[in-house]
Design a protein around this ligand. Structure first.
Ligand code: 13P
Length: 255
């Protein structure tokens, strides 16, 4: 579905190291993000900073997200954070199934449980999918299909309006990545994602879901990735910790 607003999600990952720095980065981003009508900015800081940042912000242009969630609402789960806690901190989004969490052992079944509890608690889910590498035979396409099918197992179609799918090929993520996906790579996967969703649900549902791209997005490639990649938004790592560059990125996509 073509949305009026493009959604730009800042995934700060395990950065920065102090609340003071987090506030500085946020305040610098806020100056630009709160002026852009055509962009929905979502900041996903580490859990620890969510409380302070959400409390300090009175506007409506910026939303907040978490980078993970636990699949139970409360109880004896040392070290975990529940969906209700997030809801109480004015958190609207949650990233689920990021490849960096999958590589630490998160399974499709964990991801499926997390999606269900997030939806139950009215959080918007940013479901990350992405292959480690591409192959000539197209095995990676099947891999992506399985990731989507397993993550959405028994998720009713009525909930799909609250799910965004972020295509983040692992080979394009982070400072070590040697390549960035081209807009054409992204375009093809957006079609694939919609085809898979048509098979699981129906065409109407598939056409409505928002598909995003993430992996080495910067202020120079952002606009073309959105326009020619045909995505509704971007998931940004490194560049989102540099307010000057991130603000340029926001402006570029808004033009
Ligand atoms: P980079 O933008 O640093 O490549 O990270 C992408 C990412 O993993 C966002 O979730």
């Amino acid at each position: 579905m073509k949305m009026d607003k493009k959604i730009i999600i800042a995934n700060w990952k395990m950065n920065p190291n102090s609340l003071k720095e987090a506030k500085t980065i946020f305040n610098d981003i806020k100056v630009v993000a709160s002026k852009l009508q055509s962009i929905q900015t979502v900041i996903c800081p580490p859990f620890l900073y969510l409380n302070e940042l959400t409390k300090s912000y009175k506007g409506h242009r910026i939303k907040f997200g978490a980078q993970n969630i636990f699949w139970e609402e409360k109880g004896s789960y040392t070290g975990e954070i529940s969906p209700i806690m997030l809801k109480n901190l004015k958190t609207e989004y949650v990233i689920i199934g990021h490849s960096e969490r999958r590589s630490l052992g998160e399974t499709d079944s964990d991801i499926n449980k997390k999606i269900k509890i997030a939806l139950k608690n009215d959080l918007k889910v940013v479901l990350c999918i992405g292959e480690k590498e591409r192959d000539e035979e197209g095995v990676y396409l099947e891999f992506l299909e399985n990731q989507i099918k397993n993550a959405l197992n028994r998720v009713p179609k009525e909930s799909l309006g609250k799910i965004l799918i972020a295509y983040e090929p692992i080979w394009a993520i982070g400072a070590e990545s040697k390549e960035t996906a081209t807009p054409l790579d992204v375009y093809e996967i957006v079609i694939l994602v919609r085809k898979i969703l048509s098979k699981i649900y129906n065409r109407e549902v598939a056409s409505k879901i928002q598909v995003l791209y993430g992996g080495s997005v910067n202020f120079k490639n952002a606009k073309e990735l959105v326009e020619s990649g045909n995505v509704e938004g971007l998931l940004v790592g490194r560049e989102s910790l540099n307010p000057e560059k991130f603000n340029k990125l926001l402006k570029a996509v808004s033009e």
